[in-house]
Design a binder for this molecule. Structure first.
Ligand code: SAM
Length: 330
């Protein structure tokens, strides 16, 4: 089997599947709060077939995402079916999930039992009022905290907590999140705000950058960088006493496109080769027309050849992506 590789020599090993573009939160950096589902979704059997063909091409890691994936009934069974897939070496896939955590408390153990390895929970404040202001949903904080603790308890290890910092909303949460990482035994990862929101409020000034996060956290305790592999998107840090891990994902100030290993399948079955793609590739339509697995694999190889070299955030020639984050699958 020839590994799935793009024309810049990048090996494609990571797949993200969005199983819905609906969400029960309206985070200020993501949604307007008015629009809902735009693209619809597919039966799980269709995503499973796509994942099986992609596993045959050397995909090693699958992340289930959305929208909010836990809004879909049957998602635990879907994970169980994914866990039966094998890559060309006969190895199981590494399965992960990204969720806002609102419905996670009761599902963490069933997910673990179904073969999920890890979970990432999005959480943008460690203060209930601030959390409600960002998500625009009342009383979510306690649910999410319970979800994080249930995930730890179930051994979905390591539990990562993603926080998008947006100036004017939560940049004062950096140190509280540092404390949270140490107290709760989770990896907190700050993500730089990208221009992928429905409301088009992004400007360079709204981005809280990696350098600023490290500087601010050092006022609490110094961070020591953990050396890591080239393909990791997050820069990883430990506090100087060895307790607590922080990651920073800095696509704006420190882009990592040169070693991007990802492709995405949207909830309506389109392949996207970059978050900032201005087009997508209709794998589901091909399936609907009766394509064989081999024809699907050939189509995917062709699509991967057209993977963009890099994004152009903040440059004069930046063209907004053809979909916003919630409709792509983060
Ligand atoms: N609903 C799930 C959740 O909340 O994690 C999965 C989908 S959500 C779109 C995936 C991730 O994208 C979340 O961690 C969210 O914070 C992040 N995200 C959404 N909009 C973003 C933006 N404009 N810039 C950076 N990250 C963003």
């Amino acid at each position: 089997m020839v590994p799935l590789t793009d024309k810049f020599g990048r090996r494609i090993t990571d797949l993200r599947i969005s199983v819905t573009d609906r969400c029960n939160y309206k985070c200020v950096y993501c949604r307007t709060g008015n629009g809902g589902e735009l693209y619809g979704d597919l039966p799980f059997a269709d995503y499973l077939r796509m994942a099986r063909v992609l596993a045959g091409l050397g995909i090693k890691k699958v992340r289930v995402t959305g929208g909010e994936p836990l809004l879909r009934k049957g998602v635990v069974d879907f994970v169980r079916d994914l866990s039966a897939l094998r890559d060309p070496d006969g190895e199981p896939l590494e399965l992960a999930l990204t969720t806002n955590g609102h419905l996670l408390a009761d599902l963490a153990q069933p997910f673990k039992d179904a073969g999920l390895r890890r979970v990432t929970v999005s959480m943008d404040a460690v203060d209930p009022d601030r959390f409600a202001r960002i998500t625009r949903v009342p009383n979510g904080y306690d649910n999410v905290l319970a979800g994080i603790r249930a995930a730890r308890h179930a051994g979905l290890w390591p539990v990562k907590v993603n926080c998008v910092l947006m100036r004017g909303f939560n940049e004062d949460q950096i140190i509280p999140f540092g404390m949270f990482a140490r107290e709760e035994g989770v990896v907190v990862r700050f993500i730089e705000f990208m221009p992928l929101e429905e409301d088009r409020v992004w400007t360079p000034e709204t981005v809280v950058t990696l350098d600023e996060i490290v500087r601010r956290m050092a006022e609490y305790r110094p961070l020591v960088e953990i050396p890591c592999g080239r393909s990791e998107t997050a820069r990883r840090y430990r506090f100087d006493d060895g307790i607590g891990e922080i990651g920073i994902i800095a696509p704006v100030s420190h882009p990592f496109c040169g070693h991007c290993s990802r492709i995405r399948v949207t909830s309506d079955g389109k392949i996207r080769t970059c978050l900032f793609s201005v087009w997508d590739h209709d794998l589901h339509e091909l399936m609907r027309r009766g394509a064989t697995d081999e024809e699907m694999a050939e189509f995917i190889r062709g699509v991967v050849q057209r993977k963009e070299e890099r994004h152009h955030i903040g440059e004069p020639d930046f063209v907004p992506a053809s979909r916003t984050m919630v409709h792509i699958g983060g």
